[in-house]
Design a protein around this ligand. Sequence first.
Ligand code: MTE
Ligand code: MO
Length: 463
Amino acid sequence: MSNMPTHTRLLRHAPEGFLSPADILAVQQGRRGVLSSAFKAALSVGALSALPVNRAIAQAATASGLAGEAAGDPNILQLPLHSKALGQGVATTGYGSPSAYEKNLQRRQSPGLTQVTQASVSFCPLQGLFGIITPNGLHFERHHQGWWDIDPTQHRFMVNGSDERMLKRPMVFTMDDLLRLPSVTRTHFIECGANSGMEWGNAAVPTVQYTHGMMSCSEFTGVPLRMLLEMCGADFKRGKFVLAEGADGSSMTRTIPMSLIQDDEVMVAYGQNGEMLRPENGYPLRLVVPGVQGVSWVKYLRRIELGDMPYATKDEVVGYVDLMKDGQHRQYTSIQEVKSVITSPSGGQRILAKGFQNISGLAWSGRGKIKRVDVSVDGGINWREARLQTPIQSKCWTRFQLDWNWAGDAALLMSRAIDEVGHIQPTYAQNRKVRGSRGIYHNNSIQTWSVEQSGEVKNVQLA
Ligand SMILES: Nc1nc2c(c(=O)[nH]1)N[C@H]1C(S)=C(S)[C@@H](COP(=O)(O)O)O[C@H]1N2
Ligand SMILES: [Mo]
């Protein structure tokens, strides 16, 4: 171990910050009986009911010195203070926060990606999330002109038509008006169209947080836009598109086709995971456009206009157009196509012991539900079908898992998702054939993580 580069000691097993560098060293050196209870907890995470999994876990535990020996673990034998003394009282914090031991789990900027933080992005730590819900404080952020905490009593939301025949009664809603109306609640992913955009040319960033973290998934609550348009006497024959406009300085404006709105999926949302939206995510009101790229989910939503043509706004002409291989651009490609990624083990992590490894990741499609996820540990030669965690919801993250026995050999981990319309997630080679390698948007290529014999996991791309 002495010739190991020092930086590897900083690499941690998921979830991030779970094991201290001393714990990692202990596992690597195979010291027995000194494992922290944290590692035990790590081993007990997940569905362990199936017998083969139990056996694999037992093997993993034995290999790391957990089972068999009564080595006199002081963490068991010496009662800690929290078992003997009085804990803290209720409402010590009026709004709770994560454990101090989880402080490594942070959304992060990509150093050097943007010049100012107000027109930038912070990435969601996908490697540290369980299930399919993103905690509100870890939701990725994308601002074009900085975020604001807008006074909801002052916020106004207007619905108008491009001319008076389009919509009979233009209306202005306060937040109170909207909160009085019947609401709907649904769980959906939001993915920036530029997610994985840095990877079009080559493997550029080290961790899943940076390769795929311009994405989050939440339960949203709001009012269907269709209902508001009906209240305003919209002409659904004439009206073919709406323009959504935000109240921040970027004047974010996007065209949404009525075909999406007729489905009742598009909502004017104020709720996120059971509470009001966070200021960074558009408080007090944002548009939720399931399956569509993040830019159309206009935050600080102040106006919807009904019209009969796409609006070709600055955010639909200068940016958010797809560069193709022949140098032309493709416009209005807004659906986030079928995609998946293994979040553990993933880039920057290190597998600490041979034996059982739970491969876990996320799959999603802007066209509906995930039908199947296949996982390969040999760079795409052989594939095994992963277990999907139910319920599987439309335009929502689906968590997948696969049991793996890591024998200590080099491996190439990949996941490939298939959605309910039958679309199969493409390889980099397939995507580049059509799209080239110089674009930014809509990269849904299969991600590869290389596991080295040392257990180190790295971001790679296969030729
Ligand atoms: N008003 C407003 N809405 C906006 C933006 C913005 O800068 N201003 N950014 C858009 C982009 S590009 C994305 S990817 C999503 C990001 O949403 P989030 O910050 O809640 O993650 O918001 C979209 N809506
Ligand atoms: Mo975005």
